[in-house]
Design a protein around this ligand. Structure first.
Ligand code: XLS
Ligand code: NI
Ligand code: NI
Length: 438
């Protein structure tokens, strides 16, 4: 590479809401304290390697549009090193605390698993040095178990146990590298863990295999002393017609079936939520209710398209609802907001990468401020609290504790001549209240 890709790799500054500079923050002021934590601590932003540095701008009808310098050359390891330099420049410009990657994003696949794993290690050593120099941290690592044709019929859920073993060997290396780089989580997204037709599929066997695979990962995590969280990323479909990790509630059922519900949490993605027919905030609230909220892949799907468009999250109203759920869940612990988002294939300029991240970071910061105002106002919270007050009485509590039978309920109502009167749910009123803070 001759000229540097980003000619001026200095951090983007906060200029305040009046600024019209697209290369400045208007709301994201990382040291500003909101609800007891700085914005940086709330958000824990991460930039992903795959969309920003590995994807060339192709779609199913056309190839590369970006023509990035690190994607063209004869020595793939040299290109991987160039890519790492550009990536760390962007991390610096955006002043984010974290980044994320798949093994195949950072280093080329070799002719054997051993060679591929060595390539990943070699680049990870560069990362270790760069982390040391910059203070940047790894939010999570993961293994790409979906691009290579060997995984076309699944990784853990493949009909061939050798493919299961291959995937396991790849995950072992990715987990090792993630641990050595101090990664705070490890993610498993099962893009090929599903089926195209039941005519060639033994569903029972595949679910069993997926449970075994995840149990092996958890067991290895404990034996190697990996302190991070193991996260499953739900998605209902794409690339497979049906994916087993359909949504948060389905993943919880799967974890329960294999006794892993205390071991594994979820990484929730907006676009996956809407593909499952849910809202973003539904998936967040469900994860929180089930005690498995882990992290977020921040992006935005198109409501009218049935696939993952992975656009940058810019919808402040939607992000406010999401932020309210995240705060109710206690906020992130090991997780964070990972930009699983890509610029459109017409957004060719290096600046487009910066502007997209900055714009979305600002949208989230604004959402946090809106959520803070709604929480401080307290109207919505106290409405919900009052609505469920009956369940906090000794009577409500005794039902929940399992101290009452069906006959007790019948005797209570008939004996006491109980005739409950419906109360308004007041949805439009609550929506109007919330609009005051948007
Ligand atoms: C694809 C997923 C993927 C995961 C990581 O739809 O979002 O990018 O986040 O494998
Ligand atoms: Ni994702
Ligand atoms: Ni996705």
């Amino acid at each position: 590479m001759n000229a540097p890709f980003f000619p001026n790799p200095t951090p983007v500054a906060y200029e305040g809401p009046e600024s019209k500079n697209p290369l400045a923050f208007r709301y994201y002021d990382k040291n500003r304290v909101v609800l007891g934590k700085t914005m940086q601590e709330h958000m824990r932003f991460a930039v992903c390697y795959w969309h920003s540095f590995t994807w060339p701008g192709g779609d199913p009808f056309g190839g590369e549009t970006f023509e990035r310098p690190w994607m063209h050359g004869s020595d793939p390891m040299e290109l991987a090193r160039q890519k790492a330099d550009v990536a760390f420049d962007l991390f610096k410009i955006l002043d984010v605390p974290f980044y994320t990657f798949h093994d195949r994003d950072i280093a080329p696949e070799g002719s054997s698993l051993a060679e591929s794993n060595r390539n990943v290690r070699a680049i990870a050593e560069i990362f270790a040095r760069k982390q040391e120099e910059t203070g940047l941290k790894l939010l999570w690592g993961t293994a790409n178990l979906f691009s290579n044709r060997r995984f076309m019929a699944g990784a853990a859920t493949n009909p061939d146990p050798d493919v299961f073993a291959y995937a396991a060997g790849q995950v072992k290396n990715a987990l090792d590298v993630t641990r050595e780089l101090g990664g705070e989580n490890y993610v498993l997204w099962g893009g090929r863990e599903g089926y195209e037709t039941l005519l060639n599929t033994n569903l029972k066997s595949e679910i069993e295999q997926a449970g075994r695979f995840l149990s092996m990962v958890v067991d290895y995590k404990h034996r190697t002393g990996f302190k991070g969280a193991i996260l499953i990323e739900p998605k209902p479909k794409e690339p497979t017609k049906h994916q087993y990790d359909f949504d948060v509630q389905t993943v919880y059922g799967f974890l329960k079936a294999f006794g892993l519900e205390k071991e594994v949490q979820v990484n929730i993605e907006q676009n996956h939520a809407i593909l499952a027919g849910h809202s973003f905030e539904h998936e967040l609230a469900m994860a929180s209710a089930l005690g498995i909220f882990g992290s977020v892949d921040l992006n935005r799907g198109d409501d009218r398209l049935g696939w993952d468009t992975d656009q940058f999250g810019m919808n402040v109203a939607e992000l406010t609802l999401a932020m309210l759920e995240i705060i109710k869940a206690g906020g992130f612990t090991t997780g964070g907001f990972n930009f699983d988002a890509k610029i459109r294939r017409q957004s060719l300029d290096p600046d487009d990468l910066i502007v997209a991240h900055v714009g979305s970071m600002d949208a989230v910061a604004r959402a946090l401020l809106n959520a803070e105002a709604a929480i401080k106002d307290g109207t919505v919270d106290s409405f919900v609290k009052d609505r469920y007050a009956g369940w906090r009485t000794p009577f409500g509590q005794s039902i929940l504790k399992g101290e009452k039978t069906l006959e007790d309920m019948a005797a209570y109502v008939e004996g006491g001549d109980i005739n409950p009167q419906p109360k308004s749910g007041r949805q439009e009123y609550l929506e109007t209240v919330l609009n005051r803070f948007l």
